[in-house]
Design a protein around this ligand. Structure first.
Ligand code: SAH
Length: 276
């Protein structure tokens, strides 16, 4: 896969893309990433990329010309005619694992990072094919958003992660949040790893993990369960747990306020009833 990123701050990408799975994926030629400085596509002496907003108001707007020219220059290369041109914007469709999967199928994508007050509306109207937001909050630039998108997409490319299987259970991949994970030591400060995980019984372990994933999703993100792929038996489990929840005191708006001695779920009255 090839990814072109248009930005005013190419330096911001140096750290993240030169480490870990990115570095490995780039070194192994599973992905190539080109960072383009929007300023390089200006023609005036001062390399102007932004200007005041028509109609007034605080803040600068990115001019359309350098962005159009940068995209057209990338698209003029052979094989780059049909590709998604994605503007990072808080007004875009909300990024998700589903969108990451969808983007990972393309051979080539272009990402455009805005800054200041955003980009001239004509970029949105006449250049981009898609708009993506990474959440309902406002960042000062699209660079961090582009890194989030690229990270989520690149780890889905075949061969990028060491073990393909490790992808499958991840939160949001199955439609559920992932089950709790433990590593050695088996007892730490008196807190034990659940017995079943030490049993070596893979059927029991798989069953426990599945139930934990369902309970966890119900507790933290119940709306995800509506779309999750559950068996009839699992749906019945969800109904039983839901009944149990409806008789429990409401969860604090911030689960972290409820943090108890044994971690985030520890002191929650809800978890206690789920575990019963
Ligand atoms: N005035 C704009 C926000 C501009 S924020 C508005 O109200 O819609 C500046 C730039 O940061 C944007 O052009 C965009 O590229 C990036 N950005 C900010 N928040 C973002 C988000 N939640 N997701 C993706 N990009 C975001």
């Amino acid at each position: 896969m090839h990814i072109d990123i248009l930005t005013l701050f190419p330096q911001m990408f140096q750290g993240p893309f030169s480490l870990g799975i990115f570095k490995r994926a780039i070194d192994r030629k599973l992905v190539s990433i080109n960072i383009h400085n929007i300023r390089d596509y200006t023609h005036d002496k001062h390399h102007t990329v932004d200007d005041y907003a028509y109609g007034g108001g605080a803040g600068m707007v990115l001019k359309p010309e350098p962005i159009f020219e940068a995209v057209e220059s990338i698209k003029s290369k052979p094989g780059a005619d049909e590709l998604p041109i994605i503007l990072l914007t808080p007004q875009g469709r909300l990024f998700s694992q589903q969108i990451a999967l969808e983007l990972s199928k393309y051979r080539h994508v272009i990402l455009i990072c805005g800054h200041y007050e955003g980009v001239d509306e004509r970029v949105r109207e006449h250049l981009v094919t898609d708009e993506v937001s990474i959440g309902d909050y406002v960042l000062s630039g699209g660079e961090l958003a582009a890194m989030v998108v690229v990270d989520a997409v690149v780890r889905l490319l075949p061969g990028v992660l060491g073990s393909e299987a490790s992808l499958l259970d991840n939160s949001h991949v199955t439609g559920l949040l992932e089950y709790p994970q433990y590593t050695r030591p088996a007892v730490y400060r008196g807190w034990s790893v659940p017995e079943v995980l030490l049993s070596g019984n893979h059927t029991q372990i798989a069953k426990w993990r599945r139930e934990q994933a369902i309970q966890r999703t119900l507790k933290r993100r119940p709306e995800l369960l509506d779309k999750a792929n559950l068996s009839l038996e699992e749906r019945q489990l969800v109904d039983r747990l839901r009944d149990c929840l409806s008789t429990s005191p409401p969860l604090s708006p911030s689960p972290f306020k409820e943090r108890g001695k044994s971690g985030i779920e520890g002191a929650s009255p809800l978890q206690t009833s789920l575990d019963e």
